[in-house]
Design a protein around this ligand. Sequence first.
Ligand SMILES: Nc1ncnc2c1ncn2[C@@H]1O[C@H](COP(=O)(O)OP(=O)(O)O)[C@@H](O)[C@H]1O
Ligand SMILES: [Mg+2]
Length: 156
Amino acid sequence: MEHRKEPFAITLDSPKATMALGAALARAMGPGDVLALSGDLGAGKTTLAQGFFAELGHPGEVISPTFALMAEYPGERPGLHVDAYRLTCADDAVELGLDEYIDAGWMLVVEWAEIIRDALPDDIVRVTLLHDGDARKAVLEGTGPRGRAIARTVAG
Ligand SMILES: Nc1ncnc2c1ncn2[C@@H]1O[C@H](COP(=O)(O)OP(=O)(O)O)[C@@H](O)[C@H]1O
Ligand SMILES: [Mg+2]
């Protein structure tokens, strides 16, 4: 039997498909897991985050926290939405106290994660969103065993 190998590439034909990927990631992730989103402006990062937080019980609530930097979605499975667009380096992110959220079992969804990569844990799941004509493509990969397990659950 053939198994798909990382990095996994998925075609997303509509915003709904992008949201469904976010929801699948939310189901696969657990306390303290981090989802790092990369991709140009308009690539679908916030749309994916909307699907993620809808799955956690917050449908219709999510906007990019570009100016607030982060938004809390507390609950039985608490999640933190971070937008690093306005940050310039990992040092800025340390002040946000992301480690404390992770230690407390919150799941993190980070837009523009590459800007603050050094402030994030080593073992995370990374999703890069790319324009593909009018549609989008998502590339999923883990940076360690836990991240790889999540990527495989969702896309393998
Ligand atoms: N798979 C897709 N196919 C086509 N359009 C999409 C897809 N996913 C998201 N979009 C649309 O792309 C636009 C930008 O999405 P957004 O999530 O705000 O991007 P970002 O946060 O990366 O800047 C939105 O209008 C959204 O509905
Ligand atoms: Mg956005």
